[in-house]
Design a protein around this ligand. Structure first.
Ligand SMILES: [Fe+2]
Length: 553
């Protein structure tokens, strides 16, 4: 038992030494300070006794010179209470435990005589055995006060109470420190979850978001490896690893299969894997947390952290963090899926509208789709984002939708239109705008539909806008629309040759059309010629789902 205690104390001192000489010195400073405090409280000087080495610990001039009678030595063991030890009738020793951060580091030892001018035999003999000169011993003895037994017991009780308060204070400080660390960890976790939710843009790919998750988790959970495995069509299959994983993708599939019957509403936490049958199949796997990425009942992948460092175990904190991340990822994947479904629905709807217009005005068949493709290519040249390119493409498809509301005879008339007929035709941008403005998911196409017949010099319709008052989407569509209209055959005329079309575009630059859009057209004119040559109304850009997606993306 004693050897165990010595061994414990040795470990504590080693621990303190490992924290650096500065820290050890801080222990000694605190002990010296404590000896001085004890002298102030009791009126008698104290010295420090190292119970491990069974030897006094002299603190560089602090405390009393040590003198320990043989009968007292056996009492100087690790203890947590202040004690009074009688050494004959004339002398008592006070033993006070010295603790540092809750760890016992030694005893403070002080003496009290029963009477003034006592010369306790125990001390006289011990001083002689240690060859102390008489005058030094007398001076040393002169420091020891006299005190009644009652008073001494009161002092011991007071010191014990003080010790207890100190112990409570230390425990409270340790609790505060622990809470502080937990609070810091919680803050970091909340920050990570906030960062993730701030990055849940629909355009961010699951693999990108997965990599961001793993980077954040690795900063919070000190495990050797973290991985995300998307095994669902929405996310495209991907296996993202951060750190050193003791198995590959197939290994993970085998691991998941082992726990087919687990209740996956809760994270799976396994520590000490090598001590279980699972260890044989997964060498190098010490411990892990496995969490499914789910949304409602749909499972689209897995998150795993494994091999916690410093022989630590995985616990509730890590499991909950991974579960929160899995929930965010699951929701994101579901949102992407819903978004794609909505986009597909919008395209199908637009396809129906374009088909309706084609049926009404067969001579313009394919015109809307070509305008959409040409406008998108010009916008791309102008540096538009993918989302903006999608919008102008849809707007191109729908730009003449308002012709649904124009009399068939006017639309199909072969030959020049009179004033009334032209006025009817001029209503089509506003008719299209009125139809589409009720559709929330198509709001982004409205500027192109309403203003594609505006002229840069203000002589267009329906609003007579001028220059940059005209939305850029409409200025691009105006060029694409004119280009395709001039090049198309009509019953009453043949399409113009490219050379003539481009000559008209050049002369109208800065007048009918925006100069920067015309310049962009000439930068990509070869691409546009190819787009028109490759396009055929029979095949159609929107003729199959695959082409819809290809054209849309
Ligand atoms: Fe139009």
């Amino acid at each position: 038992m004693i050897s165990q205690s010595v061994s414990d104390n040795t470990l504590r001192l080693q621990k303190l030494s490992q924290q650096g000489s500065g820290h050890l010195s801080s222990v000694e400073t605190q002990c010296a300070q404590r000896l001085e405090e004890l002298q102030t409280y009791t009126g008698t000087p104290f010295f420090m006794w190292d119970v491990d080495r069974a030897h006094p610990n002299e603190l560089d001039g602090h405390g009393m010179r040590p003198l320990v009678p043989e009968s007292l030595r056996r009492e100087l063991t690790e203890q947590q209470e202040v004690r009074r030890i009688s050494l004959g009738t004339e002398l008592s020793a006070i033993l006070v435990p010295l603790n540092f951060d809750g760890d016992f580091v030694g005893l403070a030892v002080g003496y009290v005589c029963a009477h003034e001018s006592s010369r306790p035999t125990e001390l006289v003999i011990t001083a002689a055995m240690n060859n102390w000169p008489e005058d030094e011993f007398n001076a040393w003895l002169g420091q020891i006060p006299a005190c009644s037994r009652t008073m001494l017991d009161a002092i011991v009780k007071m010191l014990n109470d003080h010790n207890m308060f100190e112990k409570v204070e230390t425990e409270l400080n340790q609790s505060i420190l622990q809470l502080d660390q937990q609070l810091e960890q919680t803050y970091e976790e909340i920050s990570l979850l906030h960062r993730l939710t701030s990055n849940l843009h629909i355009s961010r790919s699951p693999a990108d978001l997965g990599a961001l998750c793993l980077e954040g988790v690795s900063g919070l959970v000190p495990a050797a490896a973290h991985l995300i495995w998307f095994n669902d069509a929405v996310a495209d299959e991907s296996f993202i690893v951060h750190g050193k994983l003791p198995f590959d993708e197939f290994g993970l599939a085998r691991l998941v299969a082992q726990f087919e019957n687990h209740n996956w509403t809760k994270p799976l936490v396994k520590n000490y894997v090598q001590e279980t049958p699972l260890g044989r199949d997964f060498p190098g796997l010490e411990n892990f947390i496995l969490v499914p990425i789910t949304e409602a009942s749909h499972r689209s992948g897995w998150i795993l952290s494994c091999n916690m460092g410093h022989n630590e175990e995985f616990g509730t904190i890590e499991a909950n963090l991974l579960k929160s991340i899995a929930t965010i990822l699951g929701t994101h994947l579901r949102n992407i899926q819903l978004y794609e479904e909505i986009q597909h629905l919008i395209l199908s709807f637009v396809q129906s509208l374009v088909s309706t217009l084609d049926a009404k005005d067969p001579y313009t068949r394919g015109h809307s789709e070509r305008v959409a493709l040409i406008a998108r290519r010009i916008a791309e040249e102008l540096g538009w984002t993918n989302e903006e390119l999608e919008n102008i493409y849809l707007s191109g498809l729908l730009h003449d939708l308002g012709k649904i509301g124009v009399d068939d005879r006017v639309l199909r008339k072969e030959g020049p239109l009179d004033q009334d007929e032209f006025a009817q035709i001029q209503q089509h941008p506003m008719i299209g705008f009125t139809i589409l403005k009720r559709l929330k998911n198509l709001h982004q196409v409205l500027p192109g539909v309403r203003s594609h017949h505006e002229s840069f010099d203000g002589r267009g319709y329906p609003d007579g806008l001028q220059g940059e008052e005209i939305p850029l989407m409409a200025r691009i569509l105006a060029v694409a629309d004119s280009y395709d209209a001039m090049g198309s055959d009509r019953p009453y005329r043949s399409g113009m040759p490219l050379k003539k079309i481009e000559s008209i575009l050049k002369s109208g630059s800065g007048k009918q059309w925006d100069k920067q859009v015309i310049e962009a057209y000439f930068s990509v004119r070869e691409d546009i010629v190819r787009i028109c040559q490759e396009y055929s109304p029979e095949r159609g850009i929107l003729s199959s789902d695959a082409q819809v997606k290809e054209a849309y993306v």
